[in-house]
Ligand binder design. Structure first.
Ligand code: AVJ
Length: 318
């Protein structure tokens, strides 16, 4: 009997990443409990401007956003893809409630635990909110559920999560989302914009070392979950930003020749001195490039909501 069929998804993904050239590890595995906490610390640091910018947009333009997505206060479902702790969204929820809009908030997240916490937190502040949790991978959930929501859907995809895909995969993702949407559904997506490259690099190369911990936590997780023996002392966090591709990239670099054994795969991987393993991309767009991305994936840009520094946009697509 082959052991291959018994391999966990994470073991398979790691095997795929480490046998491909150049080597990669998927960034989605950053987010275990420790990773969720580290990401919350990242969002709280001043260098990580993305969070503050999106907060500012929601705080100052919630009314514009509401009037654009729900003229005449037509009821809608607010479906948030990858909701996380939903702290930014709460600014919108509060405003929509104050204006007496009829809507149901449907946060979707891979982590059922995080969703329960989110629900508890949100209901503390907004006890009358209609809320329906959807736990699971949002691609799969959308496939099963997208046609089953009654009424009009407004999808939220915040925080520049789309930046974790390169342009080709972003286009495919958005096309797939578009295919499942109905004629008067809409998408409000948060996207980090091109800006002074040194500002961008600092957001991923913070002086506190939190982003480094976030990246290293991936190795810790693999050690625990698939029995790897990565030795953190011989790995370095190396972030880059290339203004031409608009890609901020994170690498883990092996600082000496070494071997890593992975129990779940019963495989040993050799790394050369200074060999890089690519772990994450955080792509930045210009407004023109975003317009092209919208067209390529079957959307029209209805409105762009920007922060005062024009660092970040929440773009509304139909
Ligand atoms: C949550 C994917 C938007 O790419 O900016 C933050 C994750 N990685 N610092 C990003 C992240 C390093 C973040 N996203």
């Amino acid at each position: 009997m082959s052991t291959i069929t018994e391999l966990s998804k994470i073991a398979k993904d790691v095997r795929d990443g480490l046998t491909s050239s150049p080597r990669t590890l998927p960034s989605k595995y950053f987010y275990d409990d420790a990773g969720d906490k580290l990401f919350q610390s990242i969002m709280a640091m001043p260098e990580y401007y993305l969070t503050d910018c999106e907060f500012e947009i929601f705080q100052t333009q919630a009314d514009n956003i509401l009037n654009t997505i729900a003229p005449n206060k037509r009821p809608f479902n607010l479906i948030e893809l990858g909701a996380g702790d939903g702290s930014k969204t709460r600014v919108l929820l509060r405003h929509f409630q104050e204006k007496g809009v009829d809507f149901t908030y449907c946060p979707v997240d891979i982590s059922a635990g995080i969703l329960e916490e989110l629900k508890e937190e949100v209901l503390k502040e907004l006890p009358d909110l209609n809320i329906e949790l959807l736990a699971g991978d949002y691609f799969e959930l959308l496939n099963q559920r997208i046609g089953k929501f009654e009424g009009r859907n407004v999808f939220l995809f915040l925080g520049s999560t789309i930046g974790n895909y390169n342009e080709e995969r972003a286009t495919r993702f958005l096309q797939k989302l578009r295919d499942g949407m109905r004629e008067d559904d809409q998408l409000l997506m948060g996207v980090d914009l091109k800006k002074d490259p040194s500002v961008i690099l600092k957001a991923y190369n913070d002086p506190h070392g939190i982003t480094k911990e976030f990246n290293m936590n991936l190795l810790r997780r693999l050690n625990v979950e698939i029995g790897a023996n990565f030795d953190e002392r011989y790995w370095m966090h190396h972030p880059t930003y290339d203004p031409q591709s608009g890609e901020a990239r994170s690498y883990l670099v092996s600082t000496k020749p070494q071997e890593v054994y992975i129990e779940a795969l019963d495989e040993t991987y050799s790394f050369e001195a200074w060999e890089e393993v690519h772990t994450e991309i955080s792509k930045k767009y210009s407004l023109n490039q975003l317009e092209k991305l919208a067209q390529a994936s079957g959307f029209d840009v209805a409105e762009n909501f920007l922060d005062c520094k024009h660092y970040f946009v929440d773009t509304l697509w139909r």
